[in-house]
Design a protein around this ligand. Structure first.
Ligand code: DCT
Ligand code: MG
Length: 399
């Protein structure tokens, strides 16, 4: 209804493509002219983005800069480059000159200077300098290990460590269980997970869950839900209509995976979800639902077309990162919306809710600040796309 309201009021709806409007709005009555809309929205949640990226040459450069700022804890610049990358990913065509970017949001002077260099020389010298920087290379290497964040990586770098063998042979370094597993399965976990592998894992989780309870629901989420061919992990949401069962179901699923001999690692976090504490007024990076971060052993025989492995790898299995989240059923729609991503999409969806709709959105709830009311979605769990559509105009796929 917001969509139609804003049309009625003659406000331009900041949606990038006209066909999107045709997809989502009732047909405009004959004889009337629809408002032409060509603006690229500053919000990722209002930009239609496909998995094809026509501007990879620029977005790869922006991502290096963003990572570099992240390592230096300069959050504003990091976010600026991530936003700029997200805007360019939504464009259907290659940017051929700076003039093409004139009407685009979220592109500042620094971003444009980098683009200008790339347009002129085919590369950015600033980015090349970062890529050849020893600190950047080392932090990139260390943070590529499961369980190693920027803080630990920086600490190790400051101690003069530069390689994995430096870390593994340094007697004073104590690796936690997550990091030990990260090193143990480094090759496997660093290799992309294919769609076929994600499907095979879906079958395994489905079988495990339904052996325990028949009325649970399982959804593949994260990058694969957005149509990506490859991911760094596989994310699933599991939920059940049995009241409070979501608090005990996950340990049961984990036990079953262990009995099957395929559980290589498990970090289980019990639910801290408390409906009486909603809405949360601060932005929360992680939700309160029960969840677990797993590494599973995936047999090649279970994967259609075989594993995404090197030819000479004759083990016949690989390790894969899997995340399971268990929201209560009446929170399913919010959890699914939050876990589908991308990160930028989620960030902007919340920002859009706050700034444009005076609402608070997180993975648990949507709260209308003007009415002091939580928006209920009970009984509408299957209508996720229409849910986000009626709330935020559209829900195009966004990477
Ligand atoms: N998410 C989020 N904020 C975070 C981390 C995650 O909103 N800080 C959401 C968005 C994506 C989803 O959770 C799953 O996270 P990832 O698996 O890290 O992302 P992905 O999009 O699935 O990417 P990949 O394909 O590489 O797994
Ligand atoms: Mg993922």
């Amino acid at each position: 209804s917001w969509f139609t309201d804003s049309m009625r009021e003659g406000r331009p709806v900041a949606v990038e493509t006209r066909h999107l409007i045709q997809d989502t709005l009732p047909t405009v009555p004959e004889g009337s002219t629809p408002t032409p809309v060509t603006t690229v929205s500053q919000y990722a949640c209002q930009r239609r983005t496909t998995i094809e990226n026509s501007n990879k040459i620029f977005t790869d450069a922006f991502e290096v800069l963003a990572d570099s700022y992240e390592f230096s804890e300069i959050e504003g610049s990091c976010l600026a480059f991530r936003r700029a990358a997200s805007v360019l990913k939504s464009l259907p065509c290659v940017v051929r000159c700076l003039g093409d970017t004139e009407d685009l949001p979220c592109l500042g002077d620094h971003t444009k200077a980098v683009m200008e260099e790339i347009l002129q020389y085919g590369r950015s010298f600033e980015v090349e300098k970062i890529l050849s920087d020893e600190r950047f290379q080392t932090l990139k290497l260390f943070t590529s290990v499961f369980g190693v964040g920027p803080k630990t990586a920086e600490k190790w770098y400051r101690r003069g460590l530069r390689s994995f063998s430096d870390i593994l042979t340094e007697p004073d370094i104590h690796l936690n269980r997550m990091q030990q597993t990260g090193f143990l399965h480094y090759e496997d976990i660093s290799r992309a997970v294919s769609k076929a592998e994600a499907r095979a894992l879906g079958n395994i989780i489905d079988e495990a869950v339904h052996a325990i309870t028949l009325d649970a629901m399982i959804a593949l989420t994260g990058g694969f839900r957005r149509g990506k061919e490859f991911g760094h992990d596989v994310d699933f949401i599991v939920t059940t209509p049995e009241l409070d069962r979501e608090r005990t179901l996950l340990p049961d699923i984990i036990d079953r995976l262990e009995q099957q001999g395929i559980l290589l690692y498990c970090d289980y976090q019990a639910s801290t979800f408390d409906i009486t504490k909603l809405p949360s007024h601060r932005f929360e990076a992680m939700d309160h639902f029960a969840k677990c971060f797993l590494i599973l052993r995936l047999e090649g025989s279970k994967v259609e077309g075989g594993l995404n492995c090197a030819e000479e790898d004759r083990r016949g299995w690989r390790a894969v990162r899997v995340d399971l989240v268990l929201p209560p059923m009446d929170r399913y729609a919010f959890a699914l919306l939050g876990w589908t991503g991308s990160r930028q999409f989620e960030r902007d969806l919340r920002r859009f809710a706050r700034s444009e709709r005076r609402m608070l959105l997180d993975n648990h709830a949507l709260y209308d600040k003007t009415k002091m009311l939580a928006v209920s979605l009970a009984g509408r769990v299957e209508e996720r796309s229409s849910f986000s559509l009626c709330l935020f105009v559209s829900r195009p796929r966004s990477l």
